[in-house]
Structures are given as C-alpha cells and as structure tokens.
Design a protein. Structure first.
Length: 294
C-alpha cells in the first residue's frame, strides 16, 4: 500500500499525538505544550492510507546545536512506520540536525523497532541518579582554593575554551560530539531560560572545568546538567570538588534533590556520584542516527 505522509494540521493534533504515543496520558504533555491543538505542531507527521484515513503518526523535534530527538512512530503497518521515519528524518536533516536521539526504557524497547530498521543504532544506556538534600547538611572542607565564577550567556572566551576542552575524550556520549562544529557544541549549552546557571571553576587563575545547572524534572529538584574537568586535571581529585560544589549550591537553593544523568560506560563518573550519595532511579537505552553534513 502507498501511504501519504504530511505534517499534521492543528485541528488533528490531539488525535495525531494520541496515535503517536499510544495513550492520551502520554500525549497530554505535548498536547499542552501546543496549546491544546490551537497551534500548528512542528515535527508532528501523519500517515494516511489511500482513502485519506489517518493511520499513523510520529513526533520529532530539532534541538539546539545540531541535535534532534525522535519518538518511535505508531502505525497500522511496518510500511507506514518506515515512511513516517523517513519523512521525519528528512525534515530533521533539512532543519540542520546532525545527530538524532531516541530513548527507551526496557519495556519500551519493542517500540523502537521502526527507528532501528531505519538507521538508529543502540549506542549506550543513560543512568539517572538522584541525591536527596538536607538543609542542615555540612559540605566537606575543600582541598583546593577553587573559585566558581558565574558565567553567561554570552559566554566568556575562557568559559567557551574550557567547555570545549571538557568534551575531549569525554566518556559521556562521545558520539554526540563527533560531526558537530565547536559553535554547535556551544549552542547546545546556551539556553538562557529561567533556572539555568553556569560556573567556571578556577584554582589560582588556572581553569579546571565547568559546572552547569538546569531546572529539574519536577518542582524542588535541580538538575546537574553538565560537569566537566579539562583533560589536564582529570584524575587529580578536582571532579569530586566540583561535585561537592554542585551539591552545596543545590542545598543552598533549598531544593529537595539534585539529579544527574550519566552514560553507563562512564565508570569513573558513576563511582564518583555513588560515593557522593547519588542513587540510581532509572535507565534508558539511547539510540542515535548520525547524518553527515551535505
């Protein structure tokens, strides 16, 4: 059967999202973000059979810095699923996406079949960690006179240089770095939304690394969205001191917990977080599709 793939119109957004996600409950957050169907959805595609009936849907979104994210399609046949994936991938590439991500817990892995058939490769697992915070917690005494300088954006040259350096030989999803330009890497961190904070770690004028915070997935939770040490100072104990600062800063902000996500392949990072009281709460498989610049 030949299927027609097209962007979903605003009027069919609710039905398309419920079809794409399988249940109204899973579709609701995305429907709310689109004003309940009052605005044209961007990245929502539908498949129609020869009689014009909607028989499948997929949602894909471009992100900052050449990244994108896709959710697996749902349709009444593998052919319709494949057609939806191809349409979404072509649109993402034209939108400047070089690396597209998809995520799944163990029970969601079967849903990723259409993406896996069409260029998405299971790359690693992400481990979600959480550390409860207590208002009366006393931070450990620092071993070095590290100063944490608040940053932009716009970022200073020192911060830009340090942030890029921390990506060298990183063990956290290094596949996201390859193929993207330095400006694209920096753009992925430049969201100036409410609650984002950036710090440059400096020891006696020597730049050690960076610490970045973002709003957490729920109220009263802060996310440690990035912690990186420049290669020269790795395995010197600075990572632990940067993490101690992150815990202390989150505690001072009077939130209940600090959360972080780590690549399962990053054993040193996982050991560090575990020693500092972080506990695993969830795992997700990561599937990536990488598209060279045309």
């Amino acid at each position: 059967m030949i299927y027609t793939i097209s962007p979903a119109a605003a009027a069919e957004t609710p039905d398309a999202l419920r079809l794409a996600f399988g249940t109204p409950e899973r579709a609701e957050p995305y429907l709310a973000a689109l004003g309940g169907g009052e605005r044209d959805p961007v990245g929502l595609f539908v498949a129609r059979s020869g009689d014009g009936r909607m028989c499948g849907a997929i949602l894909a979104q471009p992100l900052r810095g050449g990244l994108g994210v896709a959710w697996p399609p749902r349709a009444d046949s593998p052919e319709a699923e494949d057609a939806l994936v191809h349409a979404a991938a072509d649109w993402l590439r034209r939108s400047g996406v070089k690396v597209c991500q998809a995520f799944a817990t163990d029970d969601e892995l079967p849903d990723l079949g259409p993406l896996a058939r069409n260029g998405f490769v299971r790359t690693t697992e992400l481990i979600f960690l959480r550390r409860p915070l207590a208002a009366d917690e006393v931070p450990p005494e620092p071993k070095h006179p590290i100063v944490f300088e608040p940053e932009g954006p716009p970022f200073s040259d020192r911060f830009r240089t340090a942030l890029l350096a921390t990506h060298e030989r990183s063990m956290d999803c290094p596949e996201l770095t390859g193929g993207r330009t330095e400006e694209e890497l920096l753009a992925g961190f430049s969201d100036s939304g409410t609650g984002n904070e950036w710090f440059l770690a400096v020891d006696r004028e020597v730049v050690l690394g960076v610490v970045l915070f973002a709003p957490g997935p729920e109220p009263d939770v802060v996310e440690l969205s990035y912690l990186g040490v420049v290669p020269l100072f790795r395995k010197c104990g600075y990572g632990g001191e940067l993490l101690d600062f992150a815990v202390a800063a989150a505690t001072l902000s009077k939130v209940k917990a600090l959360v972080v996500t780590v690549d399962a392949r990053n054993e040193p990072g996982l050991k560090l977080y575990t020693r500092r009281g972080f506990v695993e709460t969830l795992r997700q498989s990561v599937f990536l599709a990488q598209w060279p610049t045309e």
